[in-house]
Design a protein around this ligand. Structure first.
Ligand code: ADP
Ligand code: MG
Length: 240
């Protein structure tokens, strides 16, 4: 579903990604973990060209998104992204948040978009919140609404950048549960997270980034029990 080859990203003189290569299969759940500043967000943002790689190639589905010939807007329709902060449209109800892009971008009718939106709200446990404005929701509810809004575009890939980092502790689980549910549907997911429980339990694979390098690309079993690098061992000792 995604193939990354020799991805390099510079910001001025700063080399943030130093030649990353990996592949993500359809239906796979990959957790990207690593110290702060190691390049996790940049790596994720390159996958939908929110950041333009300095060099290297990325394929999404069958399109090389790093090729100038590719229409990135089209490819992005297959990729949902959820950030640490929720970015819901504040002046729209929850239902309108979910139906806006499907109607505007995908040309769905209002009725079809609303039906799909209600299904999704039910799935994330927000069936009773469709008429609420975002400022009336808790952080966990906002994040679940943001996930549902991404899903309303029927993406084939979901990218998550620390979706629970801005939440109060008691709300983390409700969001992780929604993500777990999504993983069981066969969604291809790339999840930057500090939630090691989620990474262990849900991810098929762990990508460990350190100083812009992908230094471990392993199963959770391998990574958590027998990391092959000293840097991963030190990281795990600090956080576990
Ligand atoms: P992580 O998500 O692992 O914390 P980031 O990908 O956000 O790491 O950042 C990696 C490095 O790139 C950091 O040193 C950060 O300061 C730098 N960086 C990120 N975005 C920019 C930017 N837009 N301009 C300049 N430097 C940036
Ligand atoms: Mg980050």
């Amino acid at each position: 579903m995604i193939k990354v080859q020799n991805l390099v990203k510079h910001y001025g003189n700063l080399e943030v990604l130093k030649g990353i290569s990996t592949q993500i299969k359809r239906g796979e759940v990959v957790s990207v973990i690593g110290p702060s500043g190691s390049g996790k967000s940049t790596f994720l943002r390159c996958m939908n060209l929110l950041e333009v790689p300095t060099s290297g190639q990325i394929w999404v589905r069958n399109d090389e998104i790093t090729s100038k010939k590719t229409d990135i807007t089209k490819v992005r329709q297959h990729i949902g992204m959820v950030f640490q902060h929720f970015h819901l449209f504040p002046h729209m109800t929850v239902l309108e948040n979910l139906t806006y892009a499907p109607i505007r971008v995908k040309g769905k009718t209002k009725a079809t978009a609303q039906q799909k939106a209600r299904e999704l709200l039910k799935r994330v446990g927000l069936a009773d919140k469709e008429a609420a404005y975002p400022n009336r929701l808790s952080g966990g509810q906002k994040q679940r609404a943001a996930i549902a809004r991404s899903l309303a575009m029927e993406p084939e890939i979901m990218l998550f950048d620390e979706p629970t980092s801005a939440l109060d502790p008691e709300m983390v689980k409700e969001v992780l549960d929604v993500m777990k549910g999504l993983a069981t549907t066969g969604m291809t997911m790339v999840v930057v997270t500090h939630e090691m429980g989620f990474a262990k339990e849900v991810a098929d694979r762990i990508c460990f980034l350190d100083q812009g390098q992908l230094i471990e690309d392993a199963t959770p079993e391998q990574f958590f029990h027998q990391p092959s690098t000293e840097r991963a061992k030190q990281f795990l000792e600090k956080i576990l």
